[in-house]
Every structure is written in structure tokens, then in C-alpha cells.
Design a protein around this ligand. Structure first.
Ligand code: GLN
Length: 538
């Protein structure tokens, strides 16, 4: 039977509960355990696929095509596991199941209520996932902050799970904020105390407190938290703000959290192997090279909207021993008559991010033109590939007015058009081409060289594709179609051989990059950018 760790958050949101959960998972993975992370999200959307990235951050896509919360990206990157549909449980999903069951008559005339029907469904989904994954340990993070109305059924369900499964099989970890106030930067414990009181009111007494703090927490502060919150001092973990998020598991391990959790859950302790992880943290903190990469997108004022891309760039930095600065560029800004050369000044590489709809696309096309003509390393992701094809069609193939049907349905040259299987699809939820698909790479291409193989799989999330009617024209004018679906129907990757680095993919490679296994295409981009930076210096 699996052991369960439930992670809740207190005081305020955005204190890094996802990173804390992911880091805890890393500690258990280091001890050789099979860990299945789960995110329990209180929102009523069935999944995150219909949510605006500007409000909610990136939509993370799993191998099996679930559109999920960005925290699943942290879990995958830190724990080096693949999440799946069952890793994400939302209020919408739970209620949908309950209502469907009610309509079928499964409740035999009973009155359907939050307790027990909704809570039972939450518990069923959590345990079903644990069984499917054959997990030694399930780490389930509850979205939101204790005190939110919406998360109450989830908290009630995890409270019941202690009674159902026993003390030795369940553990509660509460992540709180320990702020400093006043001119002397006094460390304050009261918000943590209140947050724990709130949790206790619901019937949950935390076993571990992870205290997010910007400064070192003095011993007496830890003792005070321990006393007031009923948690032993060794389980009050100081989680100080660190230089890189990848350092958090190291901080926890050195604090003894891994051993504490293993002991508390009666997990037969294996030796912890954190050596390789420490090395990668060391590489991030002591880079040898430098470069700056511009990321053009529509939601760049919210860094979370492109979380996996910025992390994949960090990973590629590790592979190249380089510190990569990201310059976020709103695509709208490229459209207001400003010269891309001016906006991209000082940048050694350009990423054109995924996206939907027409806003900002002309700016993206202009930036790509500049990169193509000036030899600036360019990497296009999904919409980025589509924009690169439009740019090439217009400015190299002479197809004036070429566009995507998504932007201009009556374009004279619809070089990007709807995937045939998307015709007639009207629902927006979970209806795109989603999840992992195979792709064959052309022998001798940059892509094949970087991947080191000619058969790959990548995750997808799109409705449009390169229009095959224009494939010949593009090839005639020197564009290399370096990746295609095994049935040759879909253009999956393009590149320009005469350019230092001009690669674009219809997929989302950012979702598969891991700090200990950087993605080959991001690695190639950063390598090219570092080279360009070095040339610019001499
Ligand atoms: N809007 C484009 C499509 O649906 C690109 C999607 C994306 O960038 N994820 O095909």
C-alpha cells in the first residue's frame, strides 16, 4: 500500500508550495522510492486547458495529453517522473464524475452531498492514481491557501484519509510564510500560528512545517513555532530564499527532512543519492559562459505563463555551463513601428513562444525575419514554427499576404491551416491535438544531430499545421523540413542549414526538459547563443 504525504499552504499564495512539494519528492526519489505526485486544484474548470495563461500561468501538457496546472511541470522536472491525466484532480473533474454518477442512478435515491459523495470521489481518484502508478509514496499538493472556501472538500477528504489509512501511512506538510517586519527586520511567527490554527480547526494537525523565509530563522523562532503549532522543532524546516529553485532539495536534505519523512512513514530507508543534483546546482551557481536570450510572447509580464520555457533555458544553461539571461519581449511592442534590431539589441538568441489568436503575431514575424537575415540564433516553438513558415513564405518564397487561417481565414496563401481532424470541433476543452506523438527526423539535419537519433517523440498542443500544398514551394526555396510525422502528413520541424541556428518545432519540447536531462534543442540554441556572445566580445 502507498504512503501519502499531503501538502497544504498557509498565509499567502505564491510562496512556492509547488517547489516545496517537488523538492520533497526529489528527496524520496533519491532514496529509490517510486513517487506519484498529484495536484488537487480547487477551481471548477475540469482542467487548466481553458484557462488564460496570463491569469493562471502556463498550461502544462503531460505525455498522455492532459492539460494541467504548471505545478505538474515542477513535479516532472524535480522528481524526474512523467505525470499523467490522473496526476491532476480538479473540483470540476470531481463534480463531473459525481453528477454523472447521480444521473446514472448510482446513488440509489440518496441525497448527493459534499460529505460523503464529493469527498469519497476525491479519495477514490487519489487512491486510484496511487494504484495505477504502483507508487510507494503519493505526494498530493492541495492548491490554494488554507482558509479558502473552495479547498474545503479537499481538506476534508485528506483529513478522512488519515482515519481510513492510519497515522503511519499519512503525513501532513504545511508550507507557510515567516515574514520579517519593522526597521530591524523582526522575524514574525504569528501568521504561521494562525494558519496552523485554521488547519487544526478543520481537523488536520501538521506533522511538518516548511517555513518560507527571506532570512535565517533564529533558534528561538523555530522553538516558538514548534511550541505554538505542536510540531517538533526538527520538523519546523527553515526554507530560506535561495539563488536557484533547484537548490531547495539540497536545503531540505541538509536539514534532515528526507530522513525525517522516511522515518515518520516507516519507509525502509535507502541511502540518499543527491550528489549529481548537488553538482547541477553548483553548475548553475558557478557558470563559465554567458548569453542573453530574448523570448517573444503575448503574456511576458507574467513569468509563470512561460514557466517550462524559462526552465528549459536554465537547463540548457547547465548543459553549456552558461548563465542565460532572459529578456522578455511583449510581441505587441514589436508591432508599434519599433525596429526589431533595436529591441533585440544585445540579445544572442531569440525564442518565439507558443500562443493562440492573432494579437502580436506580426511582431513575432518581424522578429523572426530579423533573426533569419542577421544570423541571430532562432528557436520557434509551436506558434513559433507557424510564424517562421509565414515569414519564409512571405519574404523568401514571394507569397505576399501568406498567413495562418487562425489569424486570417481568407488569406491568399493559407500556409498554416486547420488540422483536418479539427474540422467541426467546436468545444474548446481538451479538443486540440494533445500529448505525445512520434516524429521522424531527416538524416543529416541539425535536429537529428542534436537529438542523436532519428526517431523521437514530443508533446503537442495545437489545432493548426503547415499546409502541405505549400510544402514543395518552401523546399524549393531552401527551407529544410527536418521532422515529419511517421505518415509524412505533418510538418513537425523545420530548419535553415545556412544559418548558425534556425530551428522550429510544431511540438512543445519545453515540457520534456529536465535539469538532469536538458532538452537537445534548447541545448543547441544556448550553445549557438553562447558562441555568438563570445564572437561579439572579440
Ligand atoms: N495557435 C496555434 C495552433 O493552435 C499554435 C498553438 C501553440 O502555440 N501551442 O496550432
Amino acid at each position: 500500500m502507498a504512503k501519502y504525504i499531503f501538502v497544504t499552504g498557509g498565509v499567502v499564495s505564491s510562496i512556492g508550495k509547488g517547489i516545496a512539494t517537488a523538492s520533497l519528492g526529489r528527496l524520496l526519489r533519491n532514496r529509490g522510492f517510486t513517487v506519484a505526485p498529484i495536484k488537487l486544484d480547487p477551481y471548477i474548470n475540469v482542467d487548466a486547458g481553458t484557462m488564460n495563461p496570463f491569469q493562471h500561468g502556463e498550461v502544462f501538457v503531460t505525455e498522455d495529453g492532459a492539460e494541467t496546472d504548471l505545478d505538474l511541470g515542477h513535479y516532472e522536472r524535480f522528481m524526474d517522473v512523467n505525470c499523467s491525466k490522473g496526476s491532476s484532480i480538479t473540483t470540476g473533474k470531481v463534480y463531473r464524475n459525481v453528477i454523472e454518477a447521480e444521473r446514472r442512478g448510482d446513488y440509489l435515491g440518496g441525497t448527493v452531498q459534499v460529505i460523503p459523495h464529493v469527498t469519497n470521489e476525491i479519495k477514490r481518484l487519489v487512491q486510484e492514481h496511487a494504484r495505477e502508478q504502483e507508487a510507494d509514496v503519493v505526494i498530493a499538493e492541495i492548491g490554494g491557501t488554507v482558509g479558502d472556501i473552495e479547498s474545503l472538500p479537499f481538506l476534508e477528504a485528506i483529513r478522512q484519509m488519515r482515519t481510513d489509512l492510519g497515522y503511519e501511512n499519512t503525513m501532513y506538510v504545511h508550507v507557510t510564510l515567516v515574514p520579517t517586519v519593522g526597521p530591524w527586520g523582526e522575524v514574525k511567527t504569528k501568521p504561521t500560528q494562525h494558519s496552523v490554527y485554521k488547519l487544526r480547526e478543520i481537523g488536520i494537525a501538521p506533522d511538518v512545517l516548511i517555513c518560507r523565509s527571506d532570512v535565517e530563522m533564529p533558534k528561538d523562532v523555530i522553538e516558538k513555532i514548534s511550541l505554538f503549532c505542536g510540531v517538533p522543532p526538527q520538523a519546523v524546516v527553515e526554507s530560506r530564499t535561495v539563488e536557484t529553485i533547484y537548490e531547495v532539495p539540497v536545503v531540505y536534505e541538509d536539514y534532515g527532512l528526507g530522513d525525517l519523512v522516511a522515518k515518520r512513514l516507516g519507509l525502509e530507508t535507502h541511502e540518499s543519492h543527491l550528489g549529481a543534483w548537488r553538482e547541477l546546482v553548483d553548475t548553475i551557481k558557478n557558470p563559465i559562459h554567458k548569453c542573453k536570450i530574448a523570448v517573444v510572447g503575448k503574456y511576458t509580464s507574467n513569468g509563470d505563463a512561460y514557466k517550462s520555457i524559462s526552465e528549459a533555458i536554465v537547463h540548457a544553461g547547465i548543459a553549456n555551463k552558461a548563465e542565460v539571461e532572459i529578456k522578455w519581449i511583449e510581441s505587441d511592442n514589436l508591432e508599434q513601428g519599433r525596429n526589431p534590431a533595436e529591441i533585440l539589441e544585445g540579445c544572442d538568441g531569440l525564442v518565439v513562444a507558443p500562443g493562440f489568436g492573432g494579437r502580436g503575431i506580426e511582431g513575432k514575424i518581424e522578429a523572426i525575419r530579423f533573426a533569419r537575415e542577421s544570423g541571430l540564433p532562432f528557436f520557434g516553438i509551436c506558434l513559433g514554427l507557424q510564424m517562421a513558415v509565414i515569414e519564409y513564405s512571405r519574404n523568401v518564397c514571394g507569397l505576399t499576404g501568406a498567413n495562418s487561417e487562425e489569424v486570417e481565414p481568407s488569406a491568399p496563401y493559407p500556409v498554416i491551416h486547420l488540422l483536418p481532424e479539427q474540422k467541426g470541433v467546436t468545444d474548446k476543452g481538451a479538443s486540440m491535438r494533445l500529448g505525445s506523438y512520434p516524429c521522424n527526423l531527416v538524416h543529416g539535419s541539425k535536429a537529428a544531430e542534436l537529438y542523436g537519433t532519428s526517431r523521437i517523440t514530443e508533446r503537442h498542443r495545437h489545432r493548426y499545421e503547415v499546409n502541405n500544398d505549400f510544402r514543395e514551394k518552401l523546399l524549393e526555396h531552401g527551407l529544410v523540413i527536418s521532422g515529419v510525422s511517421p505518415d509524412y502528413r505533418l510538418v513537425e520541424m523545420i530548419e535553415l542549414p545556412s544559418h548558425p541556428f534556425f530551428v522550429a518545432t510544431q511540438a512543445h519540447p519545453e515540457f520534456k526538459s529536465r535539469p538532469n536531462n536538458p532538452h537537445p534543442l534548447f541545448r543547441g540554441l544556448v550553445e549557438a547563443a553562447v558562441k555568438r556572445h563570445q564572437i561579439a566580445l572579440v
